[in-house]
Design a protein around this ligand. Sequence first.
Ligand SMILES: [Zn+2]
Length: 358
Amino acid sequence: MESRAVKKTSTRLADGRELIYYDQRDDAVRDAVDKRPLEPTVTTSEVRRDPLLGDSIAVASHRQGRTYHPPADECPLCPSQGDRLSEIPDSSYDVAVFENRFPSLAGDSGRCEVVCFTSDHQASFADLTEEQARLVLDAWTDRTSELSHLPSVEQVFCFENRGAEIGVTLGHPHGQIYAYPFTTPRTALMLRSVAAHKEATGGENLFDAVLARELAGERVVLEGEHWVAFVPYAAHWPYEVHLYPKKRVPDLLGLDEAARTEFPKVYLELLRRFDRIFGEGEPATPYIAAWHQAPFGALEEFEGVNRDDFGLHLELFTIRRTSGKLKFLAGSESGMNVFINDVPPESAARRLREVASS
Ligand SMILES: [Zn+2]
């Protein structure tokens, strides 16, 4: 199958941070220079391990001074126009990725990047065309590959926080990429479950087993030729959907051309349904979209498991539980890590089928 050409241009911002343009047109020229008088970034990110829980906390005190809800005409993610200089020196772009000026992880503690999905400030991911969404997928894939080669990086996490209720401080449609210097706790939990299941069943893959069970059940929301979206059996959040490629691959790099081509259609429909869950006239649904990929570090602690046993998937969920009400992580969730979900997963799946695009 013919592979797509994406034009990639890497450059540096005034303070030395990397900026990468991804363009649909292979004749795009991105030679604008960042003219801002920026001081070099000072980052004091530090990872501390909790001795009782064994999880890791990124302590990043420099983040207190970061840009907070700037007016639209000062948006740092819009292209630069005349005297109004932003993080993107060019006067237009398709997709742009740059190192975060206020990273939670930096240096030996990993790296944080910002992914601008489109130059259109008013759009959201769900407004993108299939071609634009495909370019974002290509950018996520390329960043995963590039970041995995950094010596300090063990896991690459591409995600989008959408909506002020999630704590998004910039309205411009964008996501982030965290490259961690360790395997994250949730991924480690999954790998332990995969190892235990493999051992108990004489070699069955847990991701395959979950997918087969969900495909046969009543919680499928959307099914394409190469992807399937379902509300999981034990959903943590009121509306939560997991999107799996039908052919298991460990990470975005493993997706074949057929799956990559179909992804935009399936994902855009899913996001559009999310915006309809709570009915007409509701403000846009806040959500988190999180790509789960196999870590790149050693997996010795997960006995008998290798990278290819991991199943790439996207978890999409909202913290809104009903019109005007948010699900807070209160005592049981925050104190004991036990989620209480007021929306039965079967009802959530039914609602997400009802609001399909006609
Ligand atoms: Zn903007």
